[in-house]
Design a protein around this ligand. Structure first.
Ligand SMILES: Nc1nc2c(ncn2[C@@H]2O[C@H](COP(=O)(O)OP(=O)(O)OP(=O)(O)O)[C@@H](O)[C@H]2O)c(=O)[nH]1
Ligand SMILES: [Mg+2]
Length: 390
């Protein structure tokens, strides 16, 4: 349902989006909340605004505390081929999965809230490593808890998500729904069916330009223009992906939307009653187009192919570079899928890219071994690349 905000509420929201400091943002949001009429159509918006306000107040608190001592920070520096975050309700087995897939030794216990701070381990996939990060539990029944905000902040920064649910949860379907909702409420879109919108304000555009691979559903570009001008946005690029509705456009005005690849691990498949719970969870996940699989961290079931799945989720490929008349380097470069040999050169050294003449390639992307290719040639996983310079 569209929010149909009165102009003064829209003006306050515009003020919020233009605010620079945390204090200014807090003031603008408080004014916004009191200007929004309370009805069904504004429910989600108000929910978002209250949570955002709580986060900002927390941020302000942390800033104040830092001046004295410094508070705990939820941040894990990325390493390896990409960062995958374990996310889920208390006691679902996130730490057990970290322990099963990596050589990390997190604390595991049969009571909730065991994990207090994030902890990382490395998953080995063939000749590369993928970082797996365990987090404190999400609280699906207490969406306003500050811990949720911190954990979801990490989710926004991660390269992919593993959503962990316990098949011993009698209301697992509701838990799954709530967790997916918590992610969406903060603009983290895991359902491939949902549209994603990014609004990049820029004076240079001279109007509103809609671009990207997405499709507007139930509205025209002119409607997009009207919606945005009601929020005082007149010059912007609107990048759309997937099926985009008017609500998605409005949501993108007040929050950053990102799409994340996610896989749901339905853990504790060894327990009695797991089958029934699995069917319940599967129904919800299937409806949203989120892939899922049953596993048991305890019995080490269903986990063997997870490293390969994580690699595929990251959307990366490996390239082995070599010098003429020498063997390829055994440790690969990891690059996004769709990278060209020029990207490979750049990843090695910017001089190499500047002086690039041609490359010789061995592997899936070429017809015969050692084929000569130009800078725009797209490489594939496990290609060997030899770069020749001028
Ligand atoms: N039967 C069974 N028990 C499991 C499985 N995985 C984890 N457990 C148990 O479930 C309990 C919770 O496991 P943890 O790995 O600590 O769960 P967590 O999600 O990290 O919990 P928090 O850190 O509190 O959020 C422990 O008693 C584990 O031994 C499993 O596959 N099968
Ligand atoms: Mg834990």
């Amino acid at each position: 349902m569209p929010a149909n905000l009165p102009p003064e509420a829209k003006a306050k929201l515009a003020k919020y989006s233009e605010a620079k400091t945390v204090e200014e943002k807090i003031r603008a949001l408080e004014e916004f909340i009191s200007a929004v009429p309370k009805h069904k159509g504004t429910e989600n918006l108000l929910l978002w605004a209250r949570r955002r306000l709580a986060e900002l107040r927390e941020e302000l608190e942390v800033k104040k505390r830092k001046k004295v001592g410094g508070g705990p920070r939820f941040f894990v520096e990325k390493s390896g081929a990409g960062q995958v975050l374990l996310l889920g309700p208390p006691n679902s087995g996130k730490s057990s999965i970290l322990a099963a897939l990596t050589n990390a030794k997190p604390e595991v216990a049969d009571y909730p809230f065991t994990t207090k701070t994030p902890q990382a381990g490395m998953v080995v996939y063939e000749d590369i490593q993928i970082q797996l990060v365990d987090t404190p539990p999400l609280l699906p029944w207490d969406p306003d808890s500050p811990v949720n905000g911190k954990v979801l902040g990490m989710a926004r920064n991660a390269d992919a998500l593993l959503l962990v649910f316990g098949l011993d949860d009698p209301s697992i379907d509701e838990t799954v729904e709530r967790v997916l909702e918590m992610l969406e409420d903060r603009g983290i879109i895991v359902s491939p069916r949902r549209g994603v919108v990014r609004i990049v304000k820029s004076r240079e555009v001279g109007g509103i330009r809609v671009q990207g691979s997405g499709r507007l559903v139930g509205l025209t570009e002119d409607d997009v223009r009207k919606i945005l001008s009601s929020y005082r946005i007149y010059n912007a690029v609107v990048e759309i992906e997937g099926e985009v509705t008017a609500e998605d456009i409005e949501a993108a005005v007040y929050m950053n939307m990102v799409r994340k690849k996610a896989l749901a691990l339905l853990n504790k498949a060894d327990m009695p009653g797991a089958r029934e719970a699995f069917m319940k969870a599967a129904r919800v996940l299937k409806g949203r187009g989120v892939p899922y699989k049953p596993v048991s961290a305890l019995k080490k079931l269903g986990l063997d192919d997870v490293p390969k799945i994580l690699f595929d989720m990251l959307g990366v490929l490996r390239v082995y570079t070599k010098q003429p008349h020498k063997e390829p380097d055994p440790s690969p470069l990891v690059l996004p899928k769709g990278s060209t040999v020029l990207d490979v050169a750049k990843a090695i050294h910017k001089d190499l890219a500047r002086k690039f003449k041609y490359a010789k390639v061995w592997g899936k992307s070429v017809k015969y071994p050692g084929q000569r290719v130009g800078p725009e040639h797209v490489v594939e996983d496990k290609d060997v690349v030899e770069i020749h310079v001028r």
